[in-house]
Design a protein around this ligand. Structure first.
Ligand code: R5P
Length: 303
């Protein structure tokens, strides 16, 4: 069957999942597409209830649902919605601005569950036919999906925000680990400032992070630590301590996904971070850069 996706977005209908109400609203406004009427409630025992009220038969239905904590709750909500839309004759695109479990896309220690693979199978069995996410932790993860899965980068939009709102005359850009270096190199080119890559080691059992960096003279500089996500804050904390010891004056932690597990923000501020700038793939007070246009533009191209 040939699926035609209209360039104007008029063949899309959109569901604002409970975890991404604002992101979805912003997408719907840009795409001028129909918003599917869904009744949702959470029972006192934590179970979810959904009812799809609008007619979705024959439509390409974008279910916008970011998979940030509580990850399992947000995942099950996506699966419920997808299953019902499929039963009602819709074609499901899962739009997961943040794709939880993407850090476990392979077995690091033998016997570990490859969580992302299980997520991919659950999505497929609930009827998901396309997945679009933002800055997946590692693009290798996309290969685990049995249906077309894509990741788009929000770095250009975030870089533009930083350039517009920050004084970058004394700025250096820092990648806290090698894994983020391509992303950070791209960011540094966009804002036209030099960048440094630190080396990070994470203990695979305890999760403890060690950051190594050559002795640098960064007296009086403003450092922008750029990463795909901040979860426990451990990576940023280690990088911030090293930067302070090199004489850095001001530190801004920039990330796409502000997962910010309990205590992360406090730890980072204690380590000398002055500000956090993040995108709205996760809806919290630090997710201030609206990157929904990145997703919309990509959908328009998918054709
Ligand atoms: C790791 O490779 C990622 O790019 C991030 O650096 C990491 O996931 C951040 O996690 P945390 O904040 O827990 O150190």
């Amino acid at each position: 069957m040939l699926i035609i996706v209209s360039m104007s977005g008029r063949n899309f209908a959109l569901i604002a999942g409970p975890s991404s109400i604002n992101f979805a609203r912003s997408m719907a406004k840009q795409m001028e597409c129909e918003v599917v009427d869904v009744e949702f409630k959470e029972f006192p025992d934590g179970e979810n209830y959904f009812r799809i009220v609008s007619d979705v038969r024959g439509k390409n239905v974008l279910i916008v649902q970011s998979l940030y904590p509580p990850v399992d709750q947000h995942l099950i909500q996506l699966l419920f919605l997808s299953k019902k839309v499929t039963e009602l004759g819709g074609f499901v695109y899962a739009i997961c601005p943040y794709l939880g479990y993407s850090r476990q896309h392979r077995e690091y220690l033998s016997g570990e569950v490859v969580s992302l693979k299980v997520v991919s199978h659950l999505m497929a069995s609930a009827g998901v036919r396309r997945l679009l996410t933002v800055d997946i932790h590692n693009v290798e993860g996309l290969g685990l999906f049995t249906f077309p899965a894509f990741s788009v980068s929000a770095i250009p939009v975030i870089a533009e925000y930083v350039q517009r709102n920050e004084d970058l005359s004394d700025a250096i850009i820092v990648s806290p680990d090698f894994g983020s270096s391509t992303r950070v190199e791209n960011f540094s080119k966009l804002v036209n400032r030099p960048y440094y890559v630190f080396e990070k080691e994470r203990d695979k059992v305890t999760g403890e992070v060690k950051v190594k960096a050559l002795q640098l003279d960064l007296e009086g500089k403003d450092a922008y630590i750029v990463d795909d996500m901040i979860s426990s804050g451990g990576t940023v904390v280690k990088a911030a301590r090293a930067l302070k010891s090199f004489g850095v004056k001001r530190i801004v932690a920039v990330c796409v996904h502000p997962v910010l597990a309990a205590g992360a923000v406090e730890k980072m501020f204690e380590a000398g971070v002055n500000k956090i700038i993040a995108s709205n793939t996760i809806e919290n007070k630090y997710g201030i850069v609206d990157v929904s246009s990145t997703v919309v533009n990509y959908l328009m191209l998918l054709g």
